[in-house]
Design a protein around this ligand. Structure first.
Ligand code: XMP
Length: 510
């Protein structure tokens, strides 16, 4: 792999994604990894990422010069560029000229910027700068604030840039990264979707042998793609389990039972647990209590399904749709506070013995989507927006009853239809519709007074759900949604819009 050494969490994952877009496999490693360990992984190249600090700041992570004796190509970016210059005997100074944001780059000569415009914009973010390149390097670009904005040593396959080639604000950045990987480091581009699928199928076959596997389907992208891959690898020896907890949106069960099954040929068991969940939730209005009950019941139902399957054959494997960012994050230990007790479908029960199969462990979300398309999954599944495990249960403020679910399902279906009709699905992250079952307000319809419930539209834009902004939906779309919901859903007489960002509001209301 190409190893991206992480000096500051903000950029490393993005760099790894960009390297993969150049069709070269890459992984993120913490900067505390000893050089011997890096080299032991036989990397095709090493990229030193940007970081928050100055190389002169107290405790600033340095680069072990031994890295440069290992005969491995190295590319430095921003902080990594300066740390590399320093380790190889160049000069890094605090000149007082700072460059932040869009900056004009003037490249000359070299491979990285060959034939790119003589002046073009790049994204800078630095206080210190390299004033003298180390011996053996050629300076191949300057900017107003950086006398050495890029350097190359083709003999040893080393190069670096002061700016951030990985961000979209550096329009030629991807090309520069590609040239380092392909032309300076001499790596052949082989990380393609077809090769990912092929490799994963081989790996799954090797792991499972002639055993059998279970996969819990949530209706989401990750479990669907993981299941489709495993189905390709072992066919009928995979059984998917889909729990209908009754908290699904309109049409979701059919999407799994009909669309997913016909696209993949997967063997599916649906467990209808609607009544069980409703009974367990009766009288409960506290959000955390709802979440706990739904999580608990889910595990019980899923465990029973597993036991039933185990009784019919050698089911030793459990498939999970874990993605690469989860793997990196749990390795890094974020220590983030638990704001809500999240419930993830198909969680590993403690007392049942399974070996995990995680065919998406190396992939980013966009790669997972492309794998899904490659495997023939429908767009509706591949580009599905996030939907919480506890489902509509946490979008009813008040008690979760059959009647409230029916009301919310109808309102939600209208909102989704109109957003899709307006071609807005790809612009928004998700748009929860929330029923305020505990609230009533007075309205007038026809000649009569109504005393109905409000629903809240919560359209949000986000990159990763950690932070979000409310989406400025066009007024005419809001109007259509509001008119249709109040006309078509008798119990709802008011539609309101949530204009709170996250933080302070979370995306879901409970
Ligand atoms: P919040 O409400 O915490 O939501 O801002 C962030 C994202 O997570 C989704 N969400 C969940 N997903 N199980 C899930 O799989 C859960 O329990 C859960 N709760 C919230 C939410 O829809 C949003 O995308």
């Amino acid at each position: 792999p190409v190893l991206v050494v992480d000096y500051g969490a903000q950029y490393a994952q993005l760099i790894a994604r960009r390297v993969r877009e150049a069709q070269v496999y890459s992984e993120v490693v913490p900067h505390t990894t000893p050089v011997a360990e890096l080299i032991a992984r036989d990397p095709a190249a090493i990229v030193l990422s940007g970081g928050p600090s100055s190389v002169y700041a107290e405790g600033a992570p340095a680069v072990d010069p031994a890295l440069f004796d290992a005969d491995v190509p190295v590319f430095g970016i921003c902080y990594g560029f300066q740390a590399m210059a320093q380790a190889l005997g160049g000069t890094v100074e605090h000149t007082g000229t700072r460059e932040y944001g869009r900056t004009e780059l003037a490249p000359h000569g070299g491979v990285l910027h060959a034939e790119l415009p003589a002046h073009h914009p790049v994204w800078m973010s630095h206080g210190d700068c390299v004033t003298k390149a180390p011996d053996g390097f050629t300076v191949t670009a300057v900017s107003a604030g950086a006398p050495v904005a890029a350097f190359e040593d083709r003999e040893r396959s080393f190069a670096g840039v002061q700016y951030h080639p990985e961000v979209a604000h550096s329009p030629h950045g991807q090309e520069v990264l590609r040239r380092f990987l392909h032309d300076i480091a001499g790596i052949r581009p082989q990380w393609t979707i077809a090769s990912i699928v092929e490799d994963q199928i081989a790996a799954i076959r090797a792991q499972i042998g002639d055993g059998r596997a279970i996969c819990g389907l949530s209706g989401g992208v990750d479990s669907a793609v993981a299941a489709a891959l495993v189905q390709r690898a072992i066919g009928d020896r995979l059984t998917c389990v889909f729990v209908d907890h009754g908290l699904l949106r309109a049409g979701e069960r059919a999407q799994v039972e009909r669309d997913f099954v016909s696209a993949t040929g997967v063997k599916l068991v649906t467990v209808d647990a609607r009544e069980r969940f409703l009974n367990a939730l009766a009288g409960v209005t506290d959000p955390e209590q709802k979440r706990k009950i739904i999580g608990r019941e889910f595990i019980r139902v899923f465990e029973q399904a597993e036991l039933d399957l185990k009784a019919t054959g050698d089911y030793r494997f459990l498939v999970q749709g874990t993605l690469y960012p989860d793997v990196v994050e749990s390795g890094g230990g974020t220590g983030a506070a638990n704001i809500k007790s999240h419930h993830n479908v198909g969680g590993l029960p403690e007392d049942l013995e399974f070996e995990l199969v995680e065919p998406l462990r190396e992939l980013f979300k966009d790669e997972v989507r492309r794998v899904g398309l490659e495997l023939g999954l429908p767009e509706t599944i591949v580009h599905r927006q996030p939907f919480p495990g506890p489902g509509l249960g946490i979008r009813i403020i008040g008690e979760v009853t059959e009647q409230n679910l029916t009301i919310l399902r109808a309102a939600d279906a209208i909102a989704r239809e109109e957003l899709t009709a307006a071609a807005l699905d790809r612009d928004i992250w998700q748009c929860p519709v929330v029923l305020l079952a505990d609230v009533r307000s007075v309205g007038v319809q026809g000649d009569g007074r109504t005393y109905g419930h409000p629903v809240v539209l919560r359209p949000v834009s986000s990159e990763d759900a950690m932070t979000a902004d409310w989406t400025r939906l066009p007024y005419d779309v809001l109007e259509r949604i509001s008119t249709r919901i109040t006309n078509e859903v008798a119990e709802v007489n008011r539609v309101v819009l949530d204009v709170t960002s996250k933080p302070p509001g979370t995306i879901e209301w409970e």
